[in-house]
Write a protein that binds this ligand. Structure first.
Ligand code: NAD
Length: 498
């Protein structure tokens, strides 16, 4: 049994509020009741938006970039002190292994907060001259958009929350963050620490709530100036639709079906490990998971044997124990979806290979699915084209570089990808032709807060992280400075006036 973490409320206008429906949070690890959360009702969501709007004009627009960065730095230090609790909460709630939360998700979340507290590329203004009008100059201001509505998915809750909070705050916006109703615990813990860090009340509001009601209110509200959404492509379309009831900026970080290309000149041992890491980390519930292995025909059999051997040696168990390798599936619905998609694949003639027996080795009341390889993919079976969001990798083969690129791009998604080869020129050639926002060369999943990420095609619009990620939360204002002696003015005015 996992310990109970107590009660969590929504954080609105600097207060922890209890209106809404109570929800028991059950861990996918072993079915333990781990917390009680209040799911925000519609009034709470509207109040959060009002609070974010009020403080924007009364206080926040007058703060300096340095003040805002100092608040993020303070927040990062508080989270650091509590990193163990955050790791426990994140693993208990999502089912990801405690090893992953402790060594990856929480430290990266803290690093990323610090990145935005210290980055120096973003400047609030830049000066220009106007080539058409000698003697004049201009100031371009990068002004905040206003109130940001942020909608977060269930798979990487703390990191996704910070990826929205930190750049939005640096750029001078206020924010209402809706965490997933399934995995709200680390976001609501973060709300407590936002409060401790001393952010002016209302600048950061964090609520948990149902997507179709609370998410919809956020996307639709005329007081929300921009929406930053991360989730599935189908929900992204609904958000875009709801947001279009007004005029606002929408960034969408959506699903993927990412190609992972292995050439025969790659270091095979590393490529096998990296490919397994690419698909089975978090049991494949990562948007950028390398779910399509595209391997050169000459090494395919050997590569698959090496994969099977390594999978068979993985350690399934209780994800809350440090030595366990396999994460749980976060929700019951997701487990059903994975099972159904794999069965459908089987019916379409795909060969299902599961080298690791997990039954009896994972907690019986939890949600688990074994690492799965799908072989015998020919063409465009649904299972090879659509996101499964589970520990399932489809395998396709290629003979030429051209064919590899063509298979990689034969998808409506374009989030991430990888290329494994020892030939640097080939790596760059192929990487530059893949239609995806991220291409790893001889690696997978490594995240840098300095690098913008996002999707091509149905994987989204806009970018998160890096300078580009901050600029997404700004709008430009051009101040045109003319002095009175500007001779061209007389010419221009002369077009109208005698
Ligand atoms: P989801 O689309 O079901 O939900 C995402 C969020 O949207 C949740 O907070 C949900 O409550 C909310 N929501 C649901 N319906 C809504 C509506 N009608 N209006 C407004 N909000 C609504 O996604 P999920 O199942 O939580 O997460 C998994 C998906 O997220 C996968 O497709 C994955 O690829 C994607 N994802 C993408 C990235 C990225 O950076 N591109 C990162 C993580 C996850």
């Amino acid at each position: 049994m996992i310990k109970n973490f107590g009660n969590y409320q929504n954080y609105v206008g600097g207060e922890f509020v209890s209106e809404g429906k109570e929800k028991e949070i059950i861990s996918p690890v072993d079915g333990s009741k781990i917390a009680r959360v209040i799911l925000a009702n519609e009034d709470v969501a509207r109040r959060a938006i009002d609070e974010a709007n009020d403080v924007l004009y009364s206080k926040w627009l007058k703060t300096s970039l340095l003040e805002r960065k100092a608040l993020l730095e303070k927040l990062s230090n508080i989270v650091q002190e509590k990193s163990e609790l955050y790791a426990q909460l994140e693993s208990a709630n999502t089912g990801k292994t405690i090893r992953q939360s402790t060594l990856m998700d929480i430290p990266l979340a803290i690093d990323h907060l610090r990145y935005f507290a210290h980055e120096t590329e973003f400047k609030e203004t830049r000066e220009i001259t106007h080539p058409e009008y000698p003697g004049t100059n201009g100031i371009i201001q990068y002004a905040p958009l206003g109130v940001i509505g942020a909608i977060v998915p269930w798979n990487v809750p703390i990191m996704m929350t910070i990826w929205k909070l930190a750049p939005a705050i640096v750029a001078g916006n206020t924010i209402v963050i809706k965490s997933s109703q399934f995995t709200p615990l680390t976001a609501l813990e973060l709300a407590r620490d936002v409060d401790r860090a001393g952010f002016p009340h209302g600048t950061v509001n964090i609520i948990a709530g149902e997507g179709s009601t609370i998410g919809d209110i956020i996307a639709r509200s005329p007081k929300v100036n921009a929406v930053s959404f991360t989730g599935s492509t189908s929900t992204g379309k609904k958000v875009l639709n709801a947001a279009s009831s007004g005029i606002k900026k929408v960034t969408l970080e959506l699903g993927g079906k990412s190609p992972n290309i292995v050439f025969d000149d790659a270091d095979l041992e590393t490529a096998v490990k990296g490919s397994l890491f690419g698909i089975f980390l978090n049991s494949g519930q990562l948007c950028e998971s390398g779910s399509r292995l595209i391997v050169q025909k000459s090494i395919k059999s050997k590569f698959l044997e090496m994969m099977k051997d390594k999978i068979s040696k993985m350690n399934p168990g209780n994800p809350m124990q440090f030595e366990t390798d396999l994460s749980a599936i976060t929700t019951a619905d997701q487990l059903v979806k994975i099972r159904e998609m794999v069965s459908q694949g089987e019916a379409e003639g795909v060969k299902v290979i599961q080298p690791l027996a997990i039954e009896g080795r994972v907690p019986s009341m939890g949600f688990y699915y074994p690492p799965t390889i799908l072989a015998g993919i020919e063409g465009r079976q649904t299972i090879a084209m659509e996101e499964i969001f589970g520990p399932v990798v489809s395998v396709q083969e290629f003979e030429t570089e051209e064919e590899a690129v063509s298979i990689a791009n034969d998808t409506r998604y374009g989030l991430a990808s990888a290329v494994w080869t020892n030939d640097n020129k080939k790596a760059m050639r192929v990487a530059s032709r893949i239609e995806a926002g991220t291409v790893w060369v001889n690696d997978y999943h490594l995240l840098s807060a300095a690098a913008p990420r996002g999707g091509f095609k149905d994987s989204g619009v806009g970018r998160e992280l890096g300078l580009e990620g901050i600029l997404e939360y700004t709008q430009t204002r051009h101040i045109f400075l003319s002095n009175t002696e500007n001779a061209l003015k007389e010419i221009a005015y002369g077009l109208l006036l005698p």
